[in-house]
Each structure stands twice: as structure tokens, then as C-alpha cells.
Design a protein around this ligand. Structure first.
Ligand code: TYM
Length: 343
């Protein structure tokens, strides 16, 4: 019997930040460390998704390799056949399945995607690309090609995950059982041991999510930030004038975000961190604790980056890409047959 698949991807449009790390990479790595015997675990760089908004293309190659190294520094074991790493564009079936799914996707349903509305609103009409519009269809292809059941993502991606479920069910209803339908978001959260998707906020504008696409980077802690830079970003995080620490995401989003980051960086329960700080009147003490926890986290990370052997990583990558091509082509062929492209 084939094993259930846990799959996720992190784009290479910039360095990864602690939101990417806590929201998607860490839950995946935890599974890779504890469940590799019972599940197939697929972790990839969606390099085709990297330029749905403008990037410096001369840096993309380097960024892809850098982010793959970050996966290893985060603790991804390279020595298991149940764990695969790959680059999306090295598996052409992703693009081919996307085109087919496009033709069963409504223009209206893509126009309603929150990420599309958010990202396109900051750009002039001529800079809003069809690629940005189409982003969730490629993401659905990424998931459905390998029959993924569980997909650890941050809260901002749950709408896209719902779309992957919708298009899988739509195709199955029309053509018979083509795709494994990923679990509903509620079941996904339960599987990854949380009540809801995670959304780490920008430190300067804590009502916005922390985002790689933020050009200033002032409110974003990148995994490659030096401890000094990261600590400064934490110490100048926007708070409020309430003067008392409370976990109130509506009234005190900056403080709530700091409490959340502290819990995650220390690997402690949010509730015990809240119990400890609730009612305290010094925001400085909380910020100092967060800065220390983040500095420790980044220090460990960066030390591990130094130890990675790029040749081992490349060998694993090429080996896994050959296997993923075979798996993806099998699914693609079923779909091509179903829609009448193959006999
Ligand atoms: P990307 O690279 O933008 O984000 C990678 C992951 O990080 C999560 N994330 C966050 N989590 C918590 N707080 C934040 N502030 C925060 N910012 C980002 C994202 O939710 C994501 O899980 N579309 C995906 C890439 C992708 C993918 C896939 C994922 C392409 N195909 C198939 C899963 C399955 C994305 O948002 O990448």
C-alpha cells in the first residue's frame, strides 16, 4: 500500500523568514523527523511561483540553492528514501497539469482569492500578471500530482488549499477518481497539532502578515539576519499605548505577535508564555526576551548552514527529481487519458 503523502513548498523569491519557518518549514521537519516511517514526505522549491511578483532574476539560481540549504539547516534529514526534495521546474508535469486544470477553473473563483487581491492591489494594472492570477492553479497541480493528503502551510495559504480540494473534487466528479483529495483545513490543523493556521505578523505593521515580498524588510526577521540586526528589529517592534501586556490580537496586535514569536522560538506552549507575561507593565522586558530567543534560534541555524555539504545536497536533489518525475508523469498520464489527450 502506498503511504499517505505530506507535502509542502516554500518559494525562493527571497530569503525565508521566521513566518515561513514557523508556519510551514518547522511543522514539515517535525513530521520528517518523527513520521518518516509511516508517511511519504515531499518538500520542494516552487521556483515557477517565485516570479509571480517581480524579482531580480539574476539572483534566482543562487536563492534556490540557498533556500534548499536552509531546509537542511532547519533539520531536514537527507538520508531517508521517504523524504524527497525537488525543484518544481525540474518536473515539467507541474506546468502541464496546470494548463489542464486552468481549463476547469473559473475566472471568478480566481478573482476572489485574497492573496491575489492583496498582492495585485499594490501593483499597477500592467504589472499584475496572469501568473499571479493563476498562482493557486499551479499550487493545486503541485499538490495533486503526488496525491498529497496533508499540506502544512501558514494561514495565508489555506484558501489556496481549499481550492486544491475543490478542483480535485470537481475533476473526480467529472472524470472518475483521478486525484487524492487533500484533507479539509480543520483536519490538517488537528494533524499538525494546532487549532488554526499560523500567521506571524510584520514587526513594524503588526496588522499585516510578515512577508518575504516586503521591500523594506524592517519588520521581517529573515533566517539569514545577523543576531545583531534581528535583535534590533525586535527591539524596535511596534507595540501600543495600553501599557499592560495582554494577548489581545485585536487591540494589541504587536504584543500578541511578540508573545507568539517567543513561544515558537522557545518551543513552549503559547498559553504558558501568556500566563507568564500577562499583566506585566514592561514591554521592554518582553522585547528583550523575544530578542534573546530569536538570536539563539538564528545562531543555531546559521551554525548549521556552515556545515552543509552542497555536493551531498545536489546528489540527493537530482536523485529525488528523477523519482518525482516518474510519479508526477504517472498522474499526468491518467489525467491526459481522462480528458482525451491520450488513448
Ligand atoms: P511562500 O514561500 O510565500 O510561503 C511559504 C510558507 O510560509 C507560510 N508563511 C507564513 N506562515 C506564518 N506566518 C507568516 N507571516 C507567513 N508567511 C508565509 C506560507 O503560508 C507558506 O506555507 N504558495 C506557497 C508555496 C507553494 C506551496 C505549493 C505550498 C507553492 N505550491 C504546494 C504547499 C503546497 C507559499 O505561500 O509560499
Amino acid at each position: 500500500m502506498t503511504k499517505p503523502v505530506i507535502l509542502t513548498g516554500l518559494r525562493a523569491n527571497n530569503d525565508l523568514h521566521i513566518g515561513n519557518y514557523f508556519g510551514a518549514l518547522l511543522p514539515f521537519i517535525d513530521m520528517a523527523k518523527t513520521k518518516a516511517d509511516d508517511y511519504q514526505l515531499d518538500l520542494f522549491v516552487p521556483d515557477l511561483h517565485s516570479f509571480t511578483t517581480p524579482i531580480d532574476h539574476s539572483k534566482l539560481q543562487q536563492q534556490i540553492m540557498h533556500n534548499l540549504k536552509l531546509f537542511v539547516a532547519a533539520g531536514l534529514p537527507l538520508n531517508s528514501d521517504n523524504i524527497r526534495i525537488y525543484r518544481q521546474s525540474y518536473i515539467p508535469a507541474h506546468s502541464e497539469l496546470t494548463w489542464i486544470l486552468d481549463c476547469f477553473t473559473g475566472f471568478g473563483e480566481m478573482s476572489r482569492m485574497t492573496q491575489f487581491k492583496d498582492k495585485s492591489s499594490g501593483l499597477g494594472a500592467e504589472r499584475v500578471t496572469v501568473g499571479l492570477f493563476n498562482y493557486p492553479v499551479l499550487m493545486a497541480a503541485d499538490i495533486l500530482l503526488y496525491g498529497a493528503t496533508y499540506v502544512p502551510v501558514g494561514d495565508d495559504q489555506t484558501q489556496h488549499l481549499e481550492f486544491a480540494r475543490d478542483i480535485a473534487e470537481r475533476m473526480n466528479n467529472k472524470f472518475g477518481e483521478l486525484f487524492v483529495v487533500p484533507k479539509p483545513v480543520k483536519d490538517q490543523n488537528a494533524f499538525f497539532g494546532k487549532d488554526q493556521g499560523l500567521r506571524i505578523k510584520d514587526l513594524v505593521e503588526p496588522t499585516k502578515k510578515m512577508s518575504k515580498s516586503d521591500d523594506t524588510g524592517k519588520g521581517v526577521i529573515f533566517l539569514g539576519d545577523t543576531p545583531d540586526v534581528a535583535a534590533k528589529k525586535v527591539m524596535s517592534a511596534t507595540t501600543d499605548s495600553e501599557g499592560v501586556v495582554r494577548f489581545d490580537t485585536a487591540k494589541q496586535p504587536g504584543i500578541a505577535n511578540l508573545l507568539q514569536i517567543l513561544a515558537l522560538a522557545r518551543g513552549e506552549d503559547l498559553s504558558s508564555v501568556i500566563d507568564h507575561y500577562d499583566g506585566q507593565t514592561s514591554y521592554g522586558a518582553l522585547k528583550t526576551a523575544v530578542a534573546e530567543a530569536v538570536v539563539d534560534l538564528l545562531g543555531d541555524f546559521q551554525a548549521r548552514m556552515e556545515l552543509i555539504d552542497e555536493n551531498d545536497l545536489l546528489a540527493k536533489l537530482e536523485h529525488d527529481e528523477a523519482i518525482m518525475n516518474a510519479t508526477a508523469n504517472k498522474t499526468l498520464l491518467q489525467v491526459q487519458k481522462a480528458v482525451g489527450l491520450r488513448a
